[in-house]
Design a protein around this ligand. Sequence first.
Ligand code: HEM
Length: 261
Amino acid sequence: MTGKGGKRPSAPVPKKSEDEVTYPSYLALEELLLLQRPRSTPEHPDELLFIIVHQASELWFKLILHELNALIALIEARDTLGALTSVRRVNALVRIVTGQLSALETLPPQRFAQFRGYLGTSSGSQSVQFRAIEAMSGMRDAHFLQVLKQHGEIAPLVKKALARPTLQQLYDDLLDAEGVTLEQVYSEQNQKPLQMLAEGLLEYEQGFAMWRFLHVQLVERIIGPLTSGTGGTLGSKYLQQTINQRFFPKLWAVRSKFFKG
Ligand code: HEM
């Protein structure tokens, strides 16, 4: 209240202490927003889109790795319901990172060609986090191990993931501990939680395959089917071969047991 002719009391100004948490400080926004550094000169108007979709994807990869670690710990602790909740989150994250590719579908080939040269030999195939996700999920085939060595020493994050049992192995161990076979999981009513976990893992695999598929589509849409990648592969021809890789061969195979011939 202000008295007649009196001065309106000013709202108390909160004292800012050095270590007060604010939205920008909590999120380290000052640093974060300085990390997008287009290389083209003069700056190409589409390079920021290209950088942000990649950077955001790497952030989601970071979270996916974090949540995969949580999922693994829950399976190891034989907490089936906890693992089920956890795999649902992982699947939501994979859907988000896949959805982001659509932003780059708005990048026409001739415009990408205008700044592609500035990328040098940098390529998504050098993404350590992507390789760690693949390794953690279960890839161990000779071709994968060869790809890992392509850029010199295998990164510590990937080495760590390779040293752990695959998700398929962990699921198998869970079944052993529960004293059931995969076929029983799919045929016995009282095994529903284990079946739902298997389906959640399968959904994860499908979600990941969807990323691979939409990424190849994007690559062909922008650079065409015959252009080599900046990372030195045959481009979309190489990527096509990665689509059918399986993390959980047994989860796919068990289905055949319910059908004759
Ligand atoms: C303009 C859009 C894009 C183009 C033209 C493109 C092109 C390519 C090509 C040609 C490859 C094969 C490796 C090479 O020789 O370079 C590749 C691999 C890869 N890219 Fe992209 N990419 C695009 C967007 C993205 C985005 C947004 C991500 C998200 C992080 C990404 C992540 C990857 C990964 C992880 C690989 C390795 C895949 C594997 O080896 O299975 N790419 N990309």
